[in-house]
Design a protein around this ligand. Structure first.
Ligand SMILES: Nc1ncnc2c1ncn2[C@@H]1O[C@H](COP(=O)(O)OP(=O)(O)O)[C@@H](O)[C@H]1O
Ligand SMILES: [Mg+2]
Length: 319
């Protein structure tokens, strides 16, 4: 066994010091992350934290400028997106990417073509083996539509589907590549309450029935807390916390990162932490407010975080 494979220690995905720099901005900054096969892992954090960029590193859209991301022990650095897809990583996009002029079924078949064998010759001359393969692809695509609950729309134009169904169609297309790891970028965004409950159910079935590991970026804290077995929190490109859902809910740094309205305080706290780390100032002696440590983070339907502390209640009342 070579060294790299030996070191991945059974993790499906392992990021070590993963970094990408755009000009002066470290959009993903020295991130260490492990995903165990068979788990549902969430990546959360405020807008602009670097979540989608991390997916882009993992799926080969960008190459890390420092550090490394391994999938089953193999480095994704410098690999083409289709190679990584072939290894078994598929994804959906924060902004839905469907072929709007194609039918629902065709959109799923496009996903499956990643794995066709007949190639250009077979497709051009419609050889018997190509036609057999095409038929198989169609049957598989129908199975995926069945799985996500869209089979009755198979022949409709993708653009005619309601929003929540379009998101499920993207998931069907990602499943059609038969991934080991599926990366979902804000799948509940824009969904209503009942669509997002259906989504919870679908994501659980992907893991439980298909045995696919799920890596989930999500703002809807209800979805995250329902589903995720382990959570990583990014802020300004850096991991600021990781842990079990209960730990994350009560983590003061997480609550702070999500309090957009309290940006000034957050920046001050960050600056202080940095100076403390450098030994330029003594550690803060005033304890964090007790309430912040035990109150859960809640997010309303507009994505506004609400932390039910007395402190916030006063702020809200004043506003
Ligand atoms: N190709 C790029 N060039 C320059 N900056 C980028 C690029 N891609 C992302 N960024 C920046 O990286 C930061 C993180 O973005 P993103 O990963 O989309 O955040 P999130 O998904 O957490 O909301 C943002 O400041 C964004 O503007
Ligand atoms: Mg994003």
């Amino acid at each position: 066994m070579n060294k790299v494979v030996a070191e991945h220690q059974g993790y499906l995905m392992q990021a070590t010091n993963a970094t990408i720099q755009f000009g002066g901005l470290r959009a993903v900054d020295s991130v260490n992350m492990n995903i165990e096969a068979g788990t549902i892992v969430a990546l959360i954090g405020p807008n602009g934290a670097g979540k989608t960029t991390f997916f882009n590193l993992l799926t080969g859209i960008y190459t890390p400028t420092e550090g490394e991301i391994l999938f089953e022990g193999r480095s994704v650095s410098g690999k083409k997106t289709h190679v990584i897809a072939d290894w078994g990583i598929s994804r959906t996009f924060q902004n839905i990417r469907l072929f709007k002029e194609m039918t629902v079924l065709e959109n799923v078949m496009v996903g499956r073509h990643v794995r066709t064998k007949s190639g250009f010759f077979g497709a051009t001359f419609r050889t018997p083996s190509f036609r057999r393969e095409e038929k198989q692809i169609q049957e598989d695509a129908e199975r995926w539509l069945e799985f996500v609950g869209l089979i009755e729309y198979a022949n409709d134009l993708a653009s005619n589907l309601p929003y929540g169904a379009q998101r499920r169609l993207e998931i069907a297309r990602a499943l059609a590549t038969e991934p080991k790891l599926i990366c979902l970028d804000e799948p509940a965004a824009g969904m209503n309450e009942s669509e997002s409950a259906d989504l919870d159910d679908l994501i659980l079935r992907i893991r439980d029935e298909l045995n696919i590991t799920v890596f989930l970026i999500e703002h809807d804290m209800k979805v995250v807390m329902n589903l995720a077995e382990y959570i990583y929190v990014l802020d300004f490109g850096k991991l600021i916390a990781e842990g079990l859902p209960a730990e994350i809910q009560s983590n003061p740094a997480v609550i702070e990162a999500y309090l957009g309205q309290d940006m000034e305080a957050a920046i001050k706290a960050k600056r202080r932490a940095l100076l403390e780390a450098r030994g330029e100032i003594a550690p803060e002696t005033t304890p964090k407010p007790e309430a912040a440590a035990k109150d859960p983070v809640m997010m309303d339907s507009d994505g506004v975080v609400m932390v039910a502390t007395e402190d916030n209640k006063e702020k809200n009342d004043a506003a």
